[in-house]
Ligand binder design. Structure first.
Ligand SMILES: Cc1ncc(COP(=O)(O)O)c(C=O)c1O
Length: 287
């Protein structure tokens, strides 16, 4: 059976979902997106994801086409149309279809596309052994807090990692840790969890929030700040977080072992807290 997606007011098979070539998403990458994990058919932290999406829309001056309740109804319908219990909901909004011109078109409705796929989390071996990551200069623009569909720098940066059989590229801007090409990054130094601040140099990850909440609730020391590359390279542990990667330990960074080359004890604790949280909280309605 063909996958059912949503496009501009209609649920339809993916093969029948077409967007005109003059859509500004296609022409300019003029739009934003959001990704929401679904556990046991419950969209997790839906209000927070919708808020982040609202912020992205406001930042690029597209009027939000739906209220939160309307979004929720559409998303629940999309979830029901997919066979998987755990899914990743993808929402994509562009400024709409108009003759090619940089100026915002007048009276044009945004294009709204949504699809849901089975949620793929990291294989057990990656969790057990950790993963490889490399580093690069953060070549992106100055508004990384907007979840923009124009992801060319992220794509090029992430591909650098994949070309070296690594799974993520950790970014430094002017020698300061920002985030990963498609994730947030945490470090551990002498038992303290180090996290970059939520500013315009990183996407405010929903998983980032959960990790800090779990750390705080379990009295794990946290330091939020701007961390120099030298400190990150000397850290005892490095972690990747995102809705799909959950919490994953980087055990090889730029070809060198992180700590003793195995996922560290603070990671193990956080990983377990995250899994418990997922089973006890995320799999139930949380809003
Ligand atoms: C650049 C970037 N940073 C951080 C994240 C993590 O965000 P979240 O935890 O909401 O998935 C993502 C997720 O795709 C991302 O693309």
């Amino acid at each position: 059976m063909s996958q059912i997606v949503y496009l501009n007011g209609k649920f339809l098979p993916i093969e029948e979902a077409h967007v005109p070539v003059l859509d500004r998403g296609f022409i300019f990458g003029d739009g934003i997106y959001e990704l929401i994990p679904v556990y046991s058919r419950f969209p997790f932290r839906l209000r927070e994801h919708l808020k982040r999406m609202g912020n992205s829309l406001a930042a690029i001056r597209i009027e939000n086409p739906y209220t939160d309740d309307e979004w929720e109804n559409l998303l629940r319908e999309l979830i029901e149309k997919h066979p998987a219990e755990d899914q990743s909901l993808y929402i994509h909004i562009t400024r709409g279809v108009a003759p090619r011109d940089h100026a915002f078109p007048k009276g044009v409705k945004p294009t709204v596309f949504m699809m849901s796929n089975a949620l793929l989390t990291p294989p057990a071996l990656q969790v057990k052994q950790g993963v490889m990551a490399i580093s690069a200069n953060d070549i992106r623009w100055d508004s990384c807090d907007i979840k923009a569909i124009s992801l060319l720098p992220n794509i090029l940066l992430r591909q650098m990692a994949l070309d070296e059989d690594a799974i993520e590229t950790v970014l430094f801007r002017d020698g300061i840790l920002t985030e990963g090409a498609a994730s947030n990054i945490f470090a551990v130094e002498d038992g303290v969890i180090l996290a970059p601040p939520k500013d315009h140099h990183m996407l405010p990850g929903i998983t980032y929030d959960i990790v800090l909440e779990l750390a705080e609730a379990n009295h794990m020391p946290i330091e939020i700040g701007k961390f120099a590359e030298s400190r990150i390279r000397a850290a005892d542990e490095l972690w990747i977080t995102s809705s799909t990667k959950e919490v994953l330990a980087i055990t090889t960074f730029d070809g060198k072992s992180v700590g003793d080359g195995k996922p560290g004890p603070i990671f193990e604790e956080m990983y377990q807290l995250y899994q418990d949280y997922k089973d006890l909280v995320m799999r139930h309605r949380t809003d």
